[in-house]
Structures are given as structure tokens and as C-alpha cells.
Design a protein around this ligand. Structure first.
Ligand SMILES: Cc1cc2nc3c(=O)[nH]c(=O)nc-3n(C[C@H](O)[C@H](O)[C@H](O)COP(=O)(O)O)c2cc1C
Length: 336
């Protein structure tokens, strides 16, 4: 693989007309990357954050849930909206809606391997139909002047690695960047990402290439850039319970000293802020339930964490949960 100078690893990034402060991006994550989490990730240093995948058909038909995913705010900028579908006309209409509703950038999902998505010819199923990919990208390009990206996998399966071909189609149709999750659709999340595909794509197109897959630390982000030459890094699971990964990625990649792990107090403060942000999204009790998964991720490796989690997941009232969080971190502080 290529080796580039590490000091080039973090830099401002242009995606069409959009200027990002750095090249670290929060991935679209279904059930996770809502406004609360996006704002938390931005505070930690990520330059662009995505909604979860939104059904193009749902958006066009005015489905409440689909429209709800577009909810955003001043602090939640710049916003990437991801849509999925298989019909070029619906996708173009959905892109128009996302544009009108304030998206700063729109991504077309061509990587989701989930059965109920691919059986309708959407998500990663599109990788098997380059002609349709071309038609879709031609139509969505005509639907907006905002930056457009396409998020793909290496290919459908090991016998059909075609990320380079799809990226070339994207470039031909005027798409601003391609995001490559370096696994096949059939792999799902199994095995490890093969970053060589990112390098191959980077060497084959002139448009921006964002690498994705298995970046679990700031050092990984820097290494992905060094090894593949990609222009930016998208982080998904590595940010769960660990928004600090963005701060680390930015400082490690710019060859500054990487920050230490957060202290217990910083971790507690992050949890409290995140829970408050979640509550603002509607209904503090619903927020507690929605927040449970984050709480598990935030406390995964902490001493006494499993006892705390067993208790915390029985609580559905925000104030009681806040008390429990306070108690846990106070006693953790005393024993650390
Ligand atoms: C819980 C979860 C939800 C996801 N939802 C989406 C999604 O809505 N759209 C998408 O393109 N990818 C989605 N992905 C894939 C991620 O965006 C990313 O490509 C993948 O997790 C690999 O990156 P990572 O190793 O940094 O997590 C999801 C992944 C996870 C774990």
C-alpha cells in the first residue's frame, strides 16, 4: 500500500461546495446517529455527521418517521442526509426534499446489506446493477446542486469486487465523493475490512475518496490515510460510547500529541450531556429508553460497570437515572 507523510493525514476537506474543518466524519448509523449523538460527536471534533439511512419512498410519500429523521438544528451542521432506495425517480425526489429541508450534503446508500433493503433492490443490491447505479446517480445529480456522495461496499461478494467500477460511474455522473466501506455486502460486519480496496479506488478516480471500516482509534484513522491515501475517514462503531475518538483522530493525524483517555469525570459529563440532548428530542422518559444502548457503550470497560448497567437498564425515569449515574461515578472515582 501507499505510504504518505503522516503530517498530511488531517486537513480541511472540500466536498463540492462544502468546506469541512477536518476530514473526520461520523458514519450514518441506523438507530444511533440522531441529532443528539451527532451534536455530541461534533463537539468532540468530527467535521461532518450523517443521519441514519432514510427511505426515499418514505420521504416522498410524507411518512412521518422518515421525515422525522431530517430533524436538525443550528448546532447540527454541516448535516449529511443519507437516503436509500432503488428507483431513480423516487431517489431524485427524495434528494430534492432533503435539499429543501436543509441538508448540506446528501448521500446515496449503496452499501446496506440488510435483507429487507436488498430484497427491494436497494442498498448494496445496487452494486450488482451498475447500469441502474448510473441512472440513479444521473438523476440525483440533476435534482440538487448540493454536494452528493455515494456510500458503497467493496462489492457484493468476494467474487464480485467492483468498488472501482462503481466509483468511476460516480465520478462520471458528477458525484462529489465516494465513501468506501471496505467489506463486501455478503461479509456483513464479519471479518476485517480490507483497506486495499480503498487504495484501489483512490488510485482510480479523481474525486474525493473517504475510507471506512474498522477505525477504532485515532491511530487507526491516521493509518488508514497513510496506507490508502484516502482523503478522509468515516467512523462508525468506533464512536459508540467513545465520541473522543474524533478528538484523538484529529490530534494523532496532525502529529500532535494524542489526548489521554477521558477521565471518569469527563466521561460522566459526556453521558449527562448526551442524555440531556436525547431528552430534548422529545419525551425524557422515551429518551431514557433510547439512551440505554449508549449507556452500555459508555460504561463498557469500567470497573463495576456490569452491576451499574444491570440496575440502570431497569430505570425508565430520567431523574432517577441521573441519580444512578451520579452514584456510580462518585463511587468509581473513590475506588480508582
Ligand atoms: C448499528 C449500525 C447501524 C448502521 N446504519 C447504517 C446506515 O443507516 N447507513 C449506512 O450507510 N451504513 C450503516 N451502518 C454501517 C456504518 O455506517 C459503517 O459503514 C460500518 O459500521 C463500518 O464502519 P465502522 O467499522 O467504523 O463501524 C451501520 C452500522 C451499524 C453498526
Amino acid at each position: 500500500m501507499n505510504k504518505i507523510d503522516g503530517s498530511d493525514a488531517v486537513h480541511r476537506l472540500s466536498l463540492g461546495s462544502l468546506e469541512l474543518k477536518n476530514n473526520m466524519i461520523l458514519a450514518p448509523l441506523a438507530g444511533v446517529s440522531n441529532m443528539a449523538f451527532r451534536v455530541i460527536a461534533r463537539e468532540a471534533g468530527c467535521a461532518l455527521a450523517f443521519t441514519e439511512m432514510i427511505s426515499a419512498n418514505g420521504l416522498v410519500r410524507g411518512n412521518d418517521k422518515s421525515r422525522h429523521y431530517l430533524l436538525s438544528s443550528e448546532e447540527d451542521k454541516p448535516l449529511g442526509v443519507q437516503v436509500f432506495g432503488s428507483d431513480p425517480v423516487f431517489l431524485a425526489d427524495a434528494v430534492r426534499i432533503a435539499d429543501e429541508q436543509g441538508a448540506d450534503l446528501i448521500d446515496i446508500n449503496m452499501g446496506c446489506p440488510v435483507k429487507k433493503v436488498v430484497k427491494n433492490g436497494a442498498g448494496a443490491a445496487l452494486l450488482k446493477d451498475p447500469d441502474r447505479v448510473s441512472k440513479i446517480l444521473e438523476m440525483v445529480r440533476k435534482a440538487t446542486r448540493k454536494p452528493l456522495t455515494v456510500k458503497i461496499r467493496s462489492g457484493w461478494n468476494g467474487q464480485n469486487i467492483n468498488a472501482v467500477r462503481i466509483a468511476q460511474i460516480a465520478e462520471h455522473q458528477g458525484i462529489d465523493a465516494v465513501i468506501v466501506h471496505a467489506r463486501t455486502a455478503v461479509q456483513g460486519f464479519a471479518g476485517s475490512a480490507d483497506w486495499r480496496v480503498i487504495e484501489e479506488v483512490k488510485n482510480s478516480v479523481g474525486i474525493t475518496v473517504i475510507g471506512n471500516g474498522d477505525v477504532k482509534s485515532g491511530v487507526d484513522a491516521r493509518d488508514m490515510i497513510r496506507l490508502t491515501g484516502c482523503d478522509g475517514v468515516m467512523i462508525g462503531r468506533g464512536a459508540l460510547g467513545n465520541p473522543w475518538i474524533f478528538k484523538s483522530a484529529v490530534s494523532v493525524a496532525s502529529e500532535e500529541t494524542g489526548p489521554d483517555m477521558p477521565t471518569l469525570i469527563e466521561r460522566k459529563e459526556m453521558i449527562v450531556r448526551h442524555l440531556e440532548a436525547e431528552s430534548l428530542l422529545g419525551g425524557s422518559d422515551g429518551a431514557v429508553v433510547r439512551f440505554r444502548k449508549h449507556l452500555l457503550w459508555y460504561t463498557k470497560r469500567l470497573r463495576g460497570g456490569s452491576v451499574f448497567r444491570a440496575k440502570a437498564t431497569t430505570i425508565s425515569e430520567k431523574n432517577l437515572l441521573m441519580d444512578e449515574i451520579e452514584r456510580f461515578f462518585n463511587s468509581a472515582e473513590m475506588t480508582s
